[in-house]
Design a protein around this ligand. Structure first.
Ligand code: ADP
Length: 245
């Protein structure tokens, strides 16, 4: 039996009258590639935001590897071992690729850059990670000048600077060309083989089904099905949620 990485009990978050996450109790397995899928508006991003401290839930708890992290500030949650990427990739367009990775790890990175101060160990590690994700040849390019897919790889390199045990990716393949989608999938597999857990929100079903060990399906703010990709695909509740039949 595997332990849980991120788990929630009765997690809820409303915006006005909209119950974005509604009494959601769910557990993602440690050491696995987990997927979180569901129709648009089913609460996946809000769930991510509650887990990573970007928004405070109205009710319920978030546990990370046996530790209650409910309502902690995002930097504390990051320090506890959860890294995340964003649906609309977050990079600093006018900073270089290398600077973007350095900024990811240093809270005062921007200031240090302006002062010309850089920790050589951080620079070495940033270069190693850029090589890892395959964009080290672009280290001096400004982030705005590289492709969107490359920006996603850059964001992932920044996430890896924090050496997270669990990585939450919000639509890693969204808007990315197919060759880079394959590269991202390979990276996820490699990083998982090294012991990192993934929780991935993704609309590309081919990718989800080919990549994940465990799939959780959300509808209207809570899980309605979970299991292996094969089991979830055949679940009538899932078809109903997607097709509205
Ligand atoms: P998903 O990621 O599955 O598409 P979201 O978590 O983005 O779903 O949204 C769930 C519901 O909450 C939607 O009805 C959405 O319109 C609403 N919602 C999300 N964020 C906000 C917000 N900041 N203000 C108001 N409504 C929001």
């Amino acid at each position: 039996m595997s332990t849980a990485s991120v788990s929630t009990e009765g997690l809820s978050k409303s915006f006005g009258g909209v119950r974005a996450v509604d009494d959601a109790s769910v557990a993602f397995h440690d050491g696995r590639i987990n997927a979180l899928i569901g129709p648009n508006g089913s609460g996946k991003t809000t769930f991510f935001n509650c887990v990573t401290g970007m928004i405070k839930p109205d009710a319920g708890t978030v546990t990370y590897r046996d530790r209650d992290i409910t309502g902690l500030a995002p930097h504390r949650i990051a320090r506890s071992g959860i890294g995340r990427s964003f649906q609309l990739c977050r990079v600093f367009p006018r900073l270089t690729v290398l600077e973007n990775v350095l900024v990811a790890v240093q809270p005062h990175g921007l200031l240090q850059r302006l002062r010309g101060m850089r920790n050589p160990d951080d620079v070495a590690r940033a270069r190693e990670l850029l090589s890892r994700v395959g964009i080290d040849h672009l280290e001096h390019a400004e982030a705005r000048d590289i492709s969107y897919g490359q920006q996603k790889l850059l964001e992932l390199a920044g996430v890896l600077m924090g050496d997270p045990h669990t990585i939450m990716l919000d639509e890693p393949a969204g808007g990315v060309n197919p060759a880079l989608v394959d590269r991202i999938a390979d990276l996820v597999r490699e990083l998982n083989a090294e012991g990192r857990t993934f929780i991935i929100v993704e609309h590309n079903m081919e990718l989800v089904m080919g990549l994940s060990d465990h799939v959780v399906v959300f509808d209207r703010g809570r899980p309605i099905a979970e299991g292996t990709p094969a089991v979830v695909q055949d679940d009538p509740l899932v078809l109903e949620a997607y097709l509205g039949v």
